[in-house]
Ligand binder design. Structure first.
Ligand code: SF4
Ligand code: SF4
Ligand code: SF4
Length: 257
């Protein structure tokens, strides 16, 4: 509805300056909840007004051989490649703060209510692998756009007459109780970034002052093995772990530090 209020260049610019800005912020100090919410709100609003289509949808369109939003296919492929590269270096800053789908899901989960957490990472990763294989097969061989069923486009275009708008709304409702269900199962970018992110250079780590009490791990919605300095590729840089560490022992730093 409000799309096209901004020129197309706003997407790549926001991606570049947003990633750099958040990276520099994280290197200095883990930002407080107000700063984090500010980024999430800005990304959600930009999703409603400027970004069309979103990266997950653009990736699917590339698989279908369609030029996303009438932009040159090569340019979109190059930006997606750079996004994956930036994930390898900086971790999932894009997913954590800049992607409108992730931002609105994160805002939903911030609502204070009972959460359904648990060690179901293996189940989620199986569903995600099946969803990714299905999406690619449908897109490449039949030209079918699986993401359309989940209403991402309809929601961010405020297309309230489309039934799939309400599918996305339902996912958003589930996101209040379960952490980022769409990101962790359906999104093809999420699948690729979670694989890449296992090897990222900058990540959440514990400092020497850590006493190994593991409170931070119990607060992580995606079961990242923080204290063992391991990585499951599922850190969205939400900093619930850091918020709960009374020793201030969690930092965002290079895995060589
Ligand atoms: S997993 Fe997909 S939908 Fe979720 S934040 Fe990342 S790119 Fe966006
Ligand atoms: S909560 Fe802090 S002190 Fe406890 S394990 Fe986590 S980083 Fe270490
Ligand atoms: S709680 Fe910490 S380790 Fe878990 S996703 Fe959030 S930032 Fe990453």
């Amino acid at each position: 509805m409000f799309q096209k209020m901004f020129p197309d260049i706003i997407g790549p610019l926001y991606l570049f300056f947003g990633t750099m800005g958040i990276f520099l912020l994280l290197k200095r100090k883990i930002p407080g909840i107000k700063t984090r919410i500010t980024f999430l709100v800005i990304s959600t609003l930009l999703g409603l007004t400027a970004f069309t289509p979103m990266f997950p949808v653009q990736f699917q369109q590339l698989m279908m051989g369609i030029s996303p939003g009438n932009k040159p296919i090569v340019a979109v492929a190059a930006i997606i490649f750079l996004l994956l590269l930036s994930t390898l270096i900086f971790g999932r800053i894009f997913c954590g703060y800049l992607c409108p789908v992730g931002a609105v899901s994160e805002l939903a989960y911030l609502l204070k209510t009972k959460k359904f957490t648990g060690r179901y990472g293996a189940v989620i990763s199986t569903i995600r692998s099946i969803a990714f294989a299905t999406l690619i097969t449908l897109a490449v061989f039949w030209g079918v756009s699986m993401l359309d069923w989940f209403g991402i486009h309809a929601f961010f275009h405020m297309n309230t007459v489309s039934p799939v708008f309400y599918v996305f709304l339902s996912i958003l409702f589930v996101s209040v109780f379960i952490y980022r269900p769409l990101c962790r199962t359906i999104c093809p970018m999420g699948f690729m970034m979670s694989l890449i992110s296992k090897f990222n250079i900058f990540r959440i780590q514990t400092e020497k002052s850590c006493t190994n009490c593991t409170i931070c791990e119990t607060k992580c919605p995606t079961d990242v093995p923080i204290t063992s300095r391991g990585h499951n590729g599922e850190c969205y840089l939400c900093f619930r772990c850091a918020d709960r560490c009374i020793r201030d022992s969690i930092v965002y730093s290079s895995n060589k530090e």
